[in-house]
Design a protein around this ligand. Structure first.
Ligand SMILES: N[C@@H](CCC[C@H](N)C(=O)O)C(=O)O
Length: 256
């Protein structure tokens, strides 16, 4: 039996029990047909130890996913505390409940932050890593943009083995921007990419000095607060609503 939950329109399946055959195969089996962006395996740790989350994208790739980590707090049986430390793909991550919202502290250690995009690109852009690669472009008229035409060549850019997620933003007023995201692993536009929004907010903070951004994604608004440091950030939090969405039984013959 799987539980469903979503964060800012990004939807995920959660399992408490071991997944025979491995999480990657289950993610490929259960996600695409149900419009799910990924699968998590949750483990109740020993008393006092961090809660443990493991994640696979819909294509079975193991990667960090901030929205799915946030939405895990909507799953019945999740830790009830105000602040929770989880091990998500092996890395300690903090989650904080804020009423109906859950905030996540993004990774800020080695390997995170901004770096040059390894090929010439037109227009204002930034490339950052926050557990996964995020390209952010600034363009006018984001709502009407043909993302299905713009994003795939960048997502599969030959200069980037493994490719990248692609986000396009437009500043609407100081502290508010519209954003749309095309995600690796799902291979399409998603309602909201948390890590993409986090890198976008960090880039906007670097450029403008405004450290709190409201990003309007198709799945809803998320809040990003940033304390920039060097080529990255000292603190980077993303916050937005999370919702439980019931359960489903994939059936006994799923992987046979
Ligand atoms: N939707 C996620 C990010 C998922 C990972 C990504 N597709 C990748 O390329 O690794 C989020 O909300 O953070």
């Amino acid at each position: 039996m799987f539980t469903l939950a979503s964060a800012s329109g990004n939807s995920f399946a959660y399992a408490w029990d071991p997944l025979p055959g491995g999480g990657a195969a289950w993610a490929r089996a259960v996600c695409p047909g149900r419009n799910l962006d990924g699968l998590f395996l949750l483990a109740r740790p020993a008393a006092g130890a961090p809660w443990v989350l493991e994640h696979w994208d819909a294509d079975g790739a193991s990667t960090f996913c901030s929205n799915g980590t946030r939405a895990a707090l909507a799953v019945p049986g999740a830790p009830p505390g105000m602040e929770v430390e989880v091990l998500s793909n092996g890395e300690p991550i903090r989650l904080r409940r804020e009423g109906a919202d859950v905030a996540i502290r993004m990774p800020s250690g080695p390997g995170t932050g901004f770096r040059p995009f390894p090929a010439p690109l037109e227009g204002p852009h930034a490339f950052g890593w926050v557990g996964n690669p995020q390209l952010v472009l600034e363009r006018a008229g984001v709502a009407a943009l043909d993302l299905g035409r713009l994003a795939p060549p960048l997502r599969n850019h030959p200069a980037l083995p493994g490719g990248t997620n692609v986000n396009v933003l437009e500043v609407l007023e100081p502290g508010t921007a519209r954003i749309r995201s095309w995600e690796r692993g799902v291979e399409g536009e998603t309602p909201c990419c948390g890590t993409g929004c986090a890198v976008a907010g960090a880039w906007l903070a670097r450029r403008t000095g405004i450290r709190a951004w409201r990003l309007l994604a198709p799945g809803g608004a998320v809040a990003v607060t940033v304390e920039p440091e060097g080529e990255g950030w000292r603190e980077l939090w993303l916050s937005g609503p999370v919702v439980a969405q019931g359960t489903f039984d994939p059936g006994p013959s799923l992987l046979s």
